[in-house]
Design a protein around this ligand. Structure first.
Ligand code: MOS
Length: 756
């Protein structure tokens, strides 16, 4: 694996290292639970040991005897506050608002003490009695209810249809009808979940890792019944987000109430085990996929039904048929998504929430169809490349999928693949080569940013978005440096604070597009002010046309070659600092879009919502080796080629895509939360038993950035790619496993016992 950052190709920025790269590996980055707060008390959660019923008794006498014990907050102690609202909040379950138990691991108390150790000891001495009822763990358990998924959550609008699927499928000469499934997966960020709440009078500051400072400020103030301007949420660095720190969980308000009651700041760090029940997760899904095609390979019918697990009260649903229904030239499409309500905590976002499970099912089915048609799987996709998406008949703003397959195939050596199943071998190892498509919608939302340019060439960018490890701080700085013609080292970027100009939730891979568009708008306003000033009568560049002017090397440059230094340009304005505050709204945004942004409820556009379908694409090719005797599965190499509009920084883009493919290998071969069907409890709640890849599991990972220019998506020309890399991987692995062994695994993860 080359350690070098890829050289920029057409429409790509410089591969500069992240501002925070060194800080992060030297311990210099301050995560929310590291921020020093005076007079801190420590909170530890007590969680339910049953999944369904009600809390009958909570025995707290022993806990109160622990030296340093300060208080215990329980059912009833949230009186005067509002329960969470599902949406910005992860769940409508307000665990201390009633005695009802909705799921295993639900918060039943918060113990606060002088030290973390005392709080842990006191919490361990709290015991509970429950009126227990028999829970349902998920699919195939008694007592679950099913509701239609359509319209139930922000991710999923409606089931998509096109043409007469039933007739086309019935008439198709070649067809498959198969079921696929993906397991429960839990977030295990290296930075644990935590909340620190500090009141100063009636002013509340929350330090917590989050992908949504503005949304949380608004939702928390609603729950607490206080003015949003009295709440500030601070989250300078986030150590592993991927959706897990997008929605606000019930703990935040509980810790805030405890801190107010005790008159002291309280910090609560959630243990890894407790995170399984108190945070969100990717719920298990099931799929039925039907594909019908002509003998030449043209698809005439595509049917995709999905089933997802959620909690009793919340209709969280991902509904990835929105993407799968638009991926190829199908002829006809029929889809439907249902929700199964069980006694589980409410699921939530995890890297490409809809696409990961649904595209896995589609792409595994595409591979099965290619086998049924005796076609090369890449050729099968080529034959079904659409000119317009099949649901609304809209054009794609740009679509470089075939270019991605071309570049990936060449780098991988796909032409060396022998098509017959089980025909490739190296000693005791069976070799398989497989492929799959990655796809992710280009989302964009309104965003505000403040930019300052100083006469000495320093610039400052402020935006209430979040550095969740993607490098957004760096690319926003690059955008400012480029537009203002100053060196990147002279640009400082502030993020992760609800006191800054509001940005949307850092989810749906919208941040680079939204934030860079806002930063660009603010920079352009600064440029215009400077250009006007220096071109006026008697000014240094008098008479120069503003349209031909540029900024570079700390100078304003006229089209005719005349220049003036920034210092002299600022002097004409009699100022040393120019500041601009920009509010960016995407094309097609509603008149309320900005109001909603400030209220923490930003509207998303892009994807399939506009007059053109805006998606990023990729092709992933993988080689697996399976030992003939042990059936051990290894992945010596994977190649992914991706096209995502303008690439702001090839280094950070590559990191995102590489990390995505590695995660994809983990979800293909390892990741699964075991749910005990008898008691609806999670079993493997730690990193010892919840399997993720380690270095030794990962071979060569090659990322190819395919040049693509798409002026239609947004002013910055950027498509998001943070959630693109992991989408195709599991199906590519399943395809390669089949090619090596002839065994088709349809239920993830693929482990050696599936291949015996
Ligand atoms: Mo991402 S799962 O949209 O934070």
């Amino acid at each position: 694996m080359s350690k070098e950052a890829p050289a920029p190709r057409e429409n790509m920025g410089a591969p500069v290292p992240r501002f925070d790269a060194r800080l992060k590996v030297t311990g210099g980055a301050t995560y929310p639970a590291d921020i020093p707060v005076a007079d801190l008390a420590y909170g530890v959660l007590v969680t339910s040991l049953v999944a369904r019923g009600s809390l009958a008794q909570l025995h707290t006498d022993k806990a109160a005897t622990v030296p340093g014990f300060l208080g215990l907050f329980r059912h009833g102690d949230m009186a005067g506050t509002q329960p969470p609202k599902f949406g910005v909040a992860a769940s409508s379950i307000g665990p201390l608002h009633g005695d009802r138990i909705f799921h295993d691991g639900q918060i039943i108390a918060l113990v606060v003490a002088e030290t973390y150790e005392a709080a842990m000891e006191a919490a361990s001495l709290v015991t509970a009695e429950y009126d227990e009822e028999r829970p349902s763990a998920g699919f195939d358990t008694q007592g679950t209810e099913t509701t239609p998924g359509a319209g139930a959550s922000p991710l999923f609008g409606e089931d998509v249809h096109a043409g007469d699927f039933d007739a086309a499928y019935a008439a198709a000469p070649v067809k498959i009808d198969e079921h696929y499934s993906t397991p429960t997966q839990h977030h295990n960020p290296i930075e644990l979940f935590s909340t620190t709440a500090a009141w100063r009078g009636d002013q509340l500051t929350i330090y917590e890792p989050t992908q949504n400072v503005t949304g949380w400020k608004t939702e928390l103030s609603r729950q607490l019944g206080i003015d949003p301007n009295r709440v500030r949420v601070i989250s300078p660095y986030v150590g592993g987000a991927f959706g897990s720190k997008g929605p606000m969980t019930a703990r935040t308000a509980i810790v805030a109430v405890a801190a107010r009651r005790l008159g002291r700041p309280v910090r609560c760090v959630v243990t890894r085990m407790q995170a399984y029940g108190t945070q969100t997760y990717r719920a298990e899904t099931r799929h039925r996929v039907r594909i019908g095609a002509e003998r030449g390979g043209h698809i005439t019918a595509f049917g995709h039904e999905g089933w997802e697990v959620t909690s009793r009260p919340d209709a969280y649903v991902v509904g990835g048929t929105i993407a799968t229904g638009r991926l190829y030239a199908y002829g006809s499409v029929a889809t439907h998504v249902d929700l199964v309500h069980a006694d589980r905590n409410t699921p939530g976002y995890m890297r490409s929430p809809p696409e990961t499970p649904y595209v896995y099912a589609l792409e595994n089915a595409m591979d099965e169809m290619a086998v049924a048609l005796a076609m090369d799987p890449i050729e099968f996709r080529r034959v079904n490349e659409p000119t317009r998406e099949p649901i609304g008949g809209k054009p794609f703003s740009s679509r470089s999928l075939l270019a991605c397959y071309d570049e990936a195939s060449k780098a991988f050596g796909w032409s060396d693949r022998e098509s017959a199943v089980g025909s490739m071998r190296d000693g005791d190892w069976m070799i398989g080569m497989g492929c799959a498509t990655a796809v992710y919608p280009t989302n964009i939302a309104p965003c505000a940013a403040r930019v300052q340019l100083m006469a000495d060439g320093h610039a400052r960018v402020q935006c209430g978005c979040h550095e969740i490890g993607t490098g957004i701080r760096t690319v926003a700085g690059q955008m400012a440096a480029e537009r203002l013609g100053v060196e990147l080292t002279k640009v400082s970027v502030e993020m992760g604070d609800s006191a800054l100009p509001p940005a949307p939730v850092s989810g749906g891979s919208n941040s680079t597009a939204s934030v860079c568009s806002a930063v660009m708008k603010a920079c352009d306003a600064i440029r215009n002010r400077l250009f006007l000033a220096v071109s006026g009568e008697g000014a240094p560049l008098a008479g120069a046309a503003n349209s031909g002017m540029s900024l570079g090397n700390g100078q304003v440059i006229a089209a005719d070659g005349r220049t003036v230094t920034l210092a002299d340009a600022f002097a004409t304005l009699q100022t040393v600092l120019i500041e601009e505050y920009a509010e960016f709204t995407p094309k097609g945004a509603s008149p309320q879009a900005l109001k909603k942004l400030y209220a923490g409820q930003p509207e998303f556009r892009g994807g399939e919502r506009d007059d053109a379908v805006k998606y990023a694409f990729g092709a992933e090719l993988v080689e697996v080796r399976i030992h003939t005797l042990t059936r051990e599965i290894r992945i010596p190499r994977i190649v992914g080629a991706f096209a995502a509009g303008r690439i702001m920084n090839p280094r950070t883009a590559r990191s995102q895509l590489m990390g995505g493919m590695i995660w994809g290998i983990g979800s293909a071969l390892q990741e699964e939360t075991e749910v005990d069907p008898r008691n609806a409890r999670y079993v493997n709640k730690d990193l010892q038993d919840y399997l993720v890849p380690v270095n030794a599991d990962i071979g060569d990972v090659q990322v190819i950035l395919v040049p693509e220019t798409d002026p239609q998506v947004n002013p910055a020309g950027v498509k998001g790619l943070g959630e693109l890399g992991n989408v195709g991987t599991p199906a590519a692995v399943a395809s390669a496993v089949y090619h090596a062994t002839g065994i088709r695994v349809r239920d993830l993860p693929i482990r050696l016992d599936n291949l015996l």
